[in-house]
Design a protein around this ligand. Structure first.
Ligand SMILES: Nc1ncnc2c1ncn2[C@@H]1O[C@H](COP(=O)(O)OP(=O)(O)O)[C@@H](O)[C@H]1O
Ligand code: SF4
Ligand SMILES: [Mg+2]
Length: 373
Protein backbone atom coordinates (compact mmCIF):
# COMPACT_ATOMS: atom_id res chain seq x y z
CA UNK A 1 0.00 0.00 0.00
CA UNK A 2 1.37 3.36 -1.02
CA UNK A 3 1.94 5.99 1.62
CA UNK A 4 -0.13 8.31 -0.50
CA UNK A 5 -3.91 8.17 -0.43
CA UNK A 6 -4.10 10.49 -3.45
CA UNK A 7 -1.67 10.94 -6.34
CA UNK A 8 -2.48 13.59 -8.91
CA UNK A 9 -0.52 13.51 -12.16
CA UNK A 10 -0.56 16.04 -14.98
CA UNK A 11 -3.99 17.33 -14.01
CA UNK A 12 -5.58 19.90 -16.30
CA UNK A 13 -9.00 21.47 -16.11
CA UNK A 14 -9.74 23.85 -18.99
CA UNK A 15 -13.14 25.54 -19.19
CA UNK A 16 -14.28 26.44 -22.71
CA UNK A 17 -15.14 30.09 -23.34
CA UNK A 18 -18.14 30.14 -25.65
CA UNK A 19 -19.48 32.94 -27.81
CA UNK A 20 -22.27 33.30 -30.32
CA UNK A 21 -26.07 33.13 -30.21
CA UNK A 22 -26.74 30.97 -33.23
CA UNK A 23 -23.47 29.12 -33.63
CA UNK A 24 -22.01 28.22 -30.29
CA UNK A 25 -18.31 28.67 -30.87
CA UNK A 26 -15.49 27.95 -28.45
CA UNK A 27 -13.19 30.94 -28.67
CA UNK A 28 -10.70 29.93 -26.02
CA UNK A 29 -10.19 28.18 -22.71
CA UNK A 30 -9.79 29.25 -19.11
CA UNK A 31 -6.84 27.14 -17.97
CA UNK A 32 -7.99 26.94 -14.37
CA UNK A 33 -5.70 23.99 -13.57
CA UNK A 34 -2.87 23.51 -16.00
CA UNK A 35 -0.52 20.67 -15.18
CA UNK A 36 -0.55 19.81 -11.48
CA UNK A 37 1.23 16.89 -9.80
CA UNK A 38 0.42 16.48 -6.14
CA UNK A 39 0.49 13.74 -3.49
CA UNK A 40 -1.66 13.57 -0.38
CA UNK A 41 0.04 11.38 2.20
CA UNK A 42 -2.28 9.17 4.25
CA UNK A 43 -3.35 10.66 7.53
CA UNK A 44 -1.71 14.02 6.79
CA UNK A 45 -2.87 17.51 5.99
CA UNK A 46 -1.87 19.31 2.81
CA UNK A 47 -2.49 23.06 2.82
CA UNK A 48 -3.07 24.58 -0.62
CA UNK A 49 -2.74 28.36 -0.81
CA UNK A 50 -2.82 31.00 -3.52
CA UNK A 51 -4.61 34.13 -4.65
CA UNK A 52 -8.27 34.06 -5.49
CA UNK A 53 -8.77 32.75 -9.03
CA UNK A 54 -5.56 30.70 -9.20
CA UNK A 55 -7.50 27.43 -9.48
CA UNK A 56 -7.59 26.02 -5.94
CA UNK A 57 -11.30 25.18 -5.91
CA UNK A 58 -11.18 23.73 -9.40
CA UNK A 59 -8.31 21.48 -8.34
CA UNK A 60 -10.19 20.40 -5.19
CA UNK A 61 -13.31 19.60 -7.17
CA UNK A 62 -11.46 17.78 -9.93
CA UNK A 63 -9.85 15.62 -7.27
CA UNK A 64 -13.31 14.41 -6.23
CA UNK A 65 -14.36 14.45 -9.88
CA UNK A 66 -17.09 16.92 -9.16
CA UNK A 67 -15.58 18.56 -12.26
CA UNK A 68 -14.37 16.43 -15.17
CA UNK A 69 -10.63 16.84 -15.69
CA UNK A 70 -9.55 17.80 -19.21
CA UNK A 71 -6.42 15.72 -18.88
CA UNK A 72 -4.36 13.84 -16.33
CA UNK A 73 -4.98 11.30 -13.58
CA UNK A 74 -6.20 11.31 -10.01
CA UNK A 75 -5.28 8.10 -8.25
CA UNK A 76 -7.29 7.53 -5.11
CA UNK A 77 -5.98 4.55 -3.19
CA UNK A 78 -4.34 3.35 -6.40
CA UNK A 79 -7.43 3.67 -8.62
CA UNK A 80 -7.66 6.37 -11.31
CA UNK A 81 -10.81 8.26 -10.34
CA UNK A 82 -10.69 10.27 -13.55
CA UNK A 83 -11.44 7.08 -15.51
CA UNK A 84 -13.91 5.34 -13.17
CA UNK A 85 -17.34 4.45 -14.55
CA UNK A 86 -20.25 6.20 -12.81
CA UNK A 87 -21.26 3.31 -10.55
CA UNK A 88 -17.79 2.75 -9.16
CA UNK A 89 -17.21 6.47 -8.89
CA UNK A 90 -20.24 6.64 -6.59
CA UNK A 91 -18.76 4.03 -4.30
CA UNK A 92 -15.36 5.69 -4.23
CA UNK A 93 -16.81 9.13 -3.74
CA UNK A 94 -18.31 8.32 -0.39
CA UNK A 95 -14.75 7.91 0.84
CA UNK A 96 -14.10 11.53 -0.12
CA UNK A 97 -16.03 14.44 1.30
CA UNK A 98 -15.98 18.15 0.77
CA UNK A 99 -16.47 20.97 3.24
CA UNK A 100 -17.39 24.31 1.72
CA UNK A 101 -16.68 27.93 2.48
CA UNK A 102 -20.23 29.02 3.06
CA UNK A 103 -21.95 26.56 5.36
CA UNK A 104 -25.34 28.25 5.06
CA UNK A 105 -25.63 27.75 1.33
CA UNK A 106 -24.65 24.10 1.63
CA UNK A 107 -27.22 23.29 4.36
CA UNK A 108 -30.89 22.96 3.37
CA UNK A 109 -32.72 25.63 5.43
CA UNK A 110 -35.95 23.59 5.59
CA UNK A 111 -34.41 20.55 7.20
CA UNK A 112 -33.44 20.14 10.81
CA UNK A 113 -29.94 19.04 11.69
CA UNK A 114 -30.87 15.41 12.18
CA UNK A 115 -32.31 15.11 8.69
CA UNK A 116 -29.44 17.09 7.14
CA UNK A 117 -26.98 14.55 8.49
CA UNK A 118 -29.18 11.59 7.52
CA UNK A 119 -29.62 13.05 4.03
CA UNK A 120 -25.87 13.22 3.57
CA UNK A 121 -25.64 9.54 4.33
CA UNK A 122 -28.58 8.54 2.16
CA UNK A 123 -27.21 10.52 -0.77
CA UNK A 124 -24.31 8.10 -0.77
CA UNK A 125 -26.56 5.06 -0.62
CA UNK A 126 -24.42 3.98 2.30
CA UNK A 127 -27.13 2.75 4.63
CA UNK A 128 -30.80 3.35 4.89
CA UNK A 129 -30.63 6.65 6.73
CA UNK A 130 -33.24 5.55 9.28
CA UNK A 131 -31.06 2.73 10.45
CA UNK A 132 -28.37 5.14 11.54
CA UNK A 133 -29.06 5.38 15.20
CA UNK A 134 -29.74 8.67 16.81
CA UNK A 135 -26.89 7.87 19.19
CA UNK A 136 -24.50 7.84 16.28
CA UNK A 137 -25.71 11.25 15.11
CA UNK A 138 -25.36 12.60 18.64
CA UNK A 139 -21.82 11.20 18.72
CA UNK A 140 -21.02 13.01 15.46
CA UNK A 141 -22.43 16.26 16.82
CA UNK A 142 -20.41 15.87 19.99
CA UNK A 143 -17.29 15.19 17.94
CA UNK A 144 -17.68 18.62 16.36
CA UNK A 145 -18.51 20.33 19.65
CA UNK A 146 -22.32 20.50 19.42
CA UNK A 147 -24.86 18.98 21.81
CA UNK A 148 -27.82 16.68 21.20
CA UNK A 149 -30.08 19.73 21.48
CA UNK A 150 -28.97 20.66 17.95
CA UNK A 151 -30.80 17.68 16.42
CA UNK A 152 -34.21 19.34 16.18
CA UNK A 153 -33.00 22.78 15.29
CA UNK A 154 -32.64 24.41 11.86
CA UNK A 155 -29.53 25.91 10.19
CA UNK A 156 -30.64 29.55 10.66
CA UNK A 157 -30.70 29.03 14.43
CA UNK A 158 -26.92 28.59 14.51
CA UNK A 159 -23.97 30.95 14.21
CA UNK A 160 -21.59 30.74 11.22
CA UNK A 161 -19.05 28.77 13.22
CA UNK A 162 -21.70 26.31 14.44
CA UNK A 163 -23.04 25.85 10.92
CA UNK A 164 -19.55 25.02 9.73
CA UNK A 165 -19.40 22.41 12.52
CA UNK A 166 -22.67 20.92 11.23
CA UNK A 167 -21.21 20.79 7.71
CA UNK A 168 -18.20 18.96 9.14
CA UNK A 169 -20.42 16.49 11.06
CA UNK A 170 -22.32 15.76 7.85
CA UNK A 171 -19.05 15.10 6.01
CA UNK A 172 -17.85 12.81 8.81
CA UNK A 173 -21.08 10.80 8.90
CA UNK A 174 -20.10 8.68 5.90
CA UNK A 175 -16.72 7.89 7.51
CA UNK A 176 -14.60 9.26 4.68
CA UNK A 177 -10.86 8.76 4.25
CA UNK A 178 -10.30 12.11 2.53
CA UNK A 179 -11.78 15.50 3.28
CA UNK A 180 -11.28 18.43 0.93
CA UNK A 181 -12.01 21.59 2.91
CA UNK A 182 -12.36 24.51 0.49
CA UNK A 183 -11.75 27.75 2.40
CA UNK A 184 -13.47 26.27 5.47
CA UNK A 185 -13.05 29.38 7.61
CA UNK A 186 -12.95 32.23 5.07
CA UNK A 187 -16.58 33.19 5.73
CA UNK A 188 -16.17 33.14 9.53
CA UNK A 189 -15.26 35.87 11.99
CA UNK A 190 -11.56 35.91 12.79
CA UNK A 191 -12.34 35.02 16.42
CA UNK A 192 -14.10 31.80 15.32
CA UNK A 193 -11.62 30.82 12.62
CA UNK A 194 -9.05 29.42 15.02
CA UNK A 195 -11.66 27.30 16.81
CA UNK A 196 -12.77 25.67 13.57
CA UNK A 197 -9.17 25.16 12.43
CA UNK A 198 -8.38 23.53 15.79
CA UNK A 199 -11.44 21.32 15.41
CA UNK A 200 -10.27 20.17 11.97
CA UNK A 201 -6.88 19.33 13.41
CA UNK A 202 -8.39 17.34 16.26
CA UNK A 203 -10.75 15.40 13.96
CA UNK A 204 -7.91 14.64 11.60
CA UNK A 205 -6.05 12.97 14.44
CA UNK A 206 -9.07 11.27 16.04
CA UNK A 207 -10.33 9.80 12.76
CA UNK A 208 -6.96 9.45 10.99
CA UNK A 209 -8.26 11.49 8.07
CA UNK A 210 -6.34 12.75 5.08
CA UNK A 211 -7.02 16.42 4.52
CA UNK A 212 -6.64 18.87 1.68
CA UNK A 213 -7.23 22.29 3.21
CA UNK A 214 -7.59 25.12 0.71
CA UNK A 215 -7.12 28.73 1.81
CA UNK A 216 -6.14 32.10 0.40
CA UNK A 217 -4.66 32.91 3.79
CA UNK A 218 -1.26 31.51 4.69
CA UNK A 219 -1.98 31.86 8.39
CA UNK A 220 -4.96 29.48 8.19
CA UNK A 221 -3.02 26.50 6.93
CA UNK A 222 0.23 27.14 8.74
CA UNK A 223 -0.39 25.19 11.93
CA UNK A 224 -2.52 22.36 10.64
CA UNK A 225 -0.56 21.47 7.51
CA UNK A 226 2.17 18.90 7.28
CA UNK A 227 2.88 20.05 3.73
CA UNK A 228 2.05 23.35 2.08
CA UNK A 229 1.66 23.92 -1.65
CA UNK A 230 1.52 27.36 -3.25
CA UNK A 231 -0.43 27.80 -6.47
CA UNK A 232 -0.13 30.52 -9.08
CA UNK A 233 -2.25 30.68 -12.25
CA UNK A 234 -3.23 27.04 -12.42
CA UNK A 235 0.05 25.47 -11.34
CA UNK A 236 2.03 24.73 -8.21
CA UNK A 237 5.10 26.94 -7.82
CA UNK A 238 6.40 25.63 -4.50
CA UNK A 239 5.73 22.75 -2.13
CA UNK A 240 7.46 21.92 1.12
CA UNK A 241 7.01 20.70 4.68
CA UNK A 242 5.05 23.44 6.44
CA UNK A 243 7.87 24.56 8.76
CA UNK A 244 10.35 24.81 5.88
CA UNK A 245 8.20 26.89 3.61
CA UNK A 246 7.48 29.40 6.37
CA UNK A 247 11.11 29.48 7.52
CA UNK A 248 12.59 29.81 4.05
CA UNK A 249 10.25 30.35 1.14
CA UNK A 250 12.26 29.83 -2.05
CA UNK A 251 9.96 30.85 -4.88
CA UNK A 252 9.71 34.59 -5.58
CA UNK A 253 5.91 34.44 -5.45
CA UNK A 254 5.89 32.69 -2.07
CA UNK A 255 8.45 35.19 -0.79
CA UNK A 256 6.21 38.05 -1.85
CA UNK A 257 3.21 36.47 -0.14
CA UNK A 258 5.14 35.90 3.06
CA UNK A 259 6.57 39.39 3.00
CA UNK A 260 3.07 40.82 3.12
CA UNK A 261 2.32 39.16 6.47
CA UNK A 262 3.15 41.46 9.39
CA UNK A 263 5.31 40.11 12.21
CA UNK A 264 4.18 40.85 15.79
CA UNK A 265 7.71 41.66 17.05
CA UNK A 266 8.31 45.38 16.17
CA UNK A 267 12.08 44.95 15.74
CA UNK A 268 11.67 42.05 13.37
CA UNK A 269 8.84 43.94 11.70
CA UNK A 270 11.17 46.89 10.96
CA UNK A 271 13.79 44.66 9.38
CA UNK A 272 11.29 42.53 7.50
CA UNK A 273 11.95 42.06 3.80
CA UNK A 274 9.03 43.50 1.85
CA UNK A 275 8.35 42.57 -1.71
CA UNK A 276 5.62 44.42 -3.52
CA UNK A 277 4.23 42.77 -6.60
CA UNK A 278 3.37 44.92 -9.57
CA UNK A 279 0.26 44.36 -11.64
CA UNK A 280 -2.70 42.07 -11.16
CA UNK A 281 -3.00 38.33 -11.53
CA UNK A 282 -2.95 37.71 -15.32
CA UNK A 283 -5.95 35.98 -16.89
CA UNK A 284 -5.87 32.17 -16.85
CA UNK A 285 -7.44 32.35 -20.32
CA UNK A 286 -4.26 33.93 -21.62
CA UNK A 287 -1.44 33.08 -19.21
CA UNK A 288 2.04 34.53 -19.72
CA UNK A 289 4.50 32.41 -21.67
CA UNK A 290 7.49 30.78 -20.00
CA UNK A 291 7.30 31.24 -16.25
CA UNK A 292 3.77 32.37 -15.54
CA UNK A 293 5.02 34.63 -12.81
CA UNK A 294 7.46 36.53 -15.06
CA UNK A 295 5.16 39.54 -15.54
CA UNK A 296 5.32 40.27 -11.79
CA UNK A 297 8.57 38.69 -10.68
CA UNK A 298 11.18 41.04 -9.15
CA UNK A 299 13.95 38.53 -10.05
CA UNK A 300 12.93 37.90 -13.66
CA UNK A 301 15.87 37.36 -16.01
CA UNK A 302 15.82 38.05 -19.75
CA UNK A 303 14.85 35.35 -22.22
CA UNK A 304 14.69 32.20 -20.15
CA UNK A 305 11.98 33.39 -17.72
CA UNK A 306 9.85 34.60 -20.63
CA UNK A 307 10.18 31.53 -22.80
CA UNK A 308 10.83 28.39 -20.75
CA UNK A 309 8.26 27.12 -18.26
CA UNK A 310 10.07 26.09 -15.06
CA UNK A 311 9.34 22.61 -13.71
CA UNK A 312 9.15 21.74 -10.03
CA UNK A 313 12.67 20.84 -8.84
CA UNK A 314 13.89 19.45 -5.54
CA UNK A 315 16.02 22.13 -3.91
CA UNK A 316 16.08 20.89 -0.33
CA UNK A 317 14.79 17.62 1.17
CA UNK A 318 11.05 17.54 0.45
CA UNK A 319 11.15 21.11 -0.89
CA UNK A 320 10.11 21.59 -4.52
CA UNK A 321 10.36 24.89 -6.37
CA UNK A 322 9.41 25.87 -9.92
CA UNK A 323 11.88 28.68 -10.61
CA UNK A 324 14.91 28.69 -12.94
CA UNK A 325 16.88 30.91 -10.59
CA UNK A 326 15.88 29.55 -7.17
CA UNK A 327 19.51 28.87 -6.13
CA UNK A 328 21.01 32.33 -6.80
CA UNK A 329 17.89 33.94 -5.34
CA UNK A 330 18.24 31.88 -2.14
CA UNK A 331 21.97 32.68 -1.99
CA UNK A 332 21.22 36.39 -2.40
CA UNK A 333 23.48 36.69 -5.45
CA UNK A 334 20.57 37.71 -7.69
CA UNK A 335 19.04 40.99 -6.55
CA UNK A 336 15.35 41.80 -6.91
CA UNK A 337 14.08 44.83 -8.79
CA UNK A 338 11.55 47.16 -7.20
CA UNK A 339 7.89 46.88 -8.13
CA UNK A 340 8.14 50.14 -10.08
CA UNK A 341 11.02 48.82 -12.17
CA UNK A 342 9.15 45.59 -12.89
CA UNK A 343 6.06 47.59 -13.81
CA UNK A 344 8.06 49.88 -16.10
CA UNK A 345 9.60 46.85 -17.85
CA UNK A 346 6.18 45.39 -18.40
CA UNK A 347 4.76 48.73 -19.46
CA UNK A 348 2.19 48.73 -16.66
CA UNK A 349 1.68 50.87 -13.62
CA UNK A 350 1.76 49.63 -10.07
CA UNK A 351 -1.97 49.35 -9.33
CA UNK A 352 -3.43 52.76 -8.32
CA UNK A 353 -0.62 53.99 -6.13
CA UNK A 354 -2.14 57.47 -6.07
CA UNK A 355 1.31 58.97 -5.65
CA UNK A 356 2.41 56.66 -2.82
CA UNK A 357 5.72 54.95 -3.24
CA UNK A 358 5.96 51.20 -3.03
CA UNK A 359 6.81 51.07 0.68
CA UNK A 360 3.92 53.36 1.60
CA UNK A 361 1.57 51.40 -0.57
CA UNK A 362 2.61 48.21 1.12
CA UNK A 363 2.11 49.75 4.54
CA UNK A 364 -1.34 50.91 3.53
CA UNK A 365 -2.31 47.52 2.15
CA UNK A 366 -0.47 45.37 4.62
CA UNK A 367 -3.29 44.56 7.00
CA UNK A 368 -5.51 43.65 4.15
CA UNK A 369 -2.79 41.71 2.41
CA UNK A 370 -2.17 39.69 5.55
CA UNK A 371 -5.68 38.29 5.54
CA UNK A 372 -6.51 38.38 1.86
CA UNK A 373 -3.64 37.96 -0.45
N1 LIG B 1 -17.27 26.49 -14.20
C1 LIG B 1 -16.40 27.39 -14.65
N2 LIG B 1 -16.46 27.84 -15.92
C2 LIG B 1 -15.56 28.73 -16.39
N3 LIG B 1 -14.54 29.24 -15.66
C3 LIG B 1 -14.43 28.83 -14.39
C4 LIG B 1 -15.34 27.88 -13.81
N4 LIG B 1 -14.96 27.67 -12.52
C5 LIG B 1 -13.87 28.44 -12.30
N5 LIG B 1 -13.55 29.12 -13.43
C6 LIG B 1 -12.40 30.02 -13.60
O1 LIG B 1 -11.24 29.27 -13.31
C7 LIG B 1 -10.29 30.05 -12.61
C8 LIG B 1 -9.95 29.38 -11.28
O2 LIG B 1 -11.09 29.44 -10.45
P1 LIG B 1 -11.14 28.78 -9.00
O3 LIG B 1 -10.72 27.35 -9.11
O4 LIG B 1 -12.48 29.04 -8.44
O5 LIG B 1 -10.02 29.60 -8.23
P2 LIG B 1 -9.80 29.78 -6.64
O6 LIG B 1 -10.58 28.74 -5.92
O7 LIG B 1 -8.32 29.67 -6.47
O8 LIG B 1 -10.27 31.17 -6.33
C9 LIG B 1 -10.91 31.43 -12.46
O9 LIG B 1 -10.44 32.24 -13.50
C10 LIG B 1 -12.38 31.16 -12.61
O10 LIG B 1 -13.04 32.29 -13.10
S1 SF4 C 1 11.62 31.53 -13.28
FE1 SF4 C 1 12.21 33.68 -13.55
S2 SF4 C 1 10.28 34.82 -13.58
FE2 SF4 C 1 9.85 32.79 -12.77
S3 SF4 C 1 9.94 33.00 -10.59
FE3 SF4 C 1 11.98 32.35 -11.25
S4 SF4 C 1 13.13 34.24 -11.59
FE4 SF4 C 1 10.97 34.78 -11.48
MG1 LIG D 1 -12.03 28.97 -4.46
Amino acid sequence: MSDNLVEVRGLRVHFPIRRGLIFDRTIGHVKAVDGVDLDLARGQTYGLVGESGCGKSTLGRALLRLIEPTDGSVFFDGVDVAKLPAQELRRTRKRMQMIFQDPLSSLDPRQNIESIILEGIRAHGLVDGRTLSRNRIVELLEAVGLSAAALRRYPHEFSGGQRQRIGIARALAVEPDLIVADEPVSALDVSVQAQVVNLLEKLQQDFNLTFLVIAHDLAVVRHISDTVGVMYLGALVEQAPSDDIYAEPLHPYTRALMSAVPVPDPDVEDRRERILLSGDLPSPANPPTGCRFHTRCPWRQPERCDTERPQMRLLRPGHLVACHYAEPIAAGTLRPKSADEVAAEQGVHVASTGGLDAAELLDAGRDQAATNF
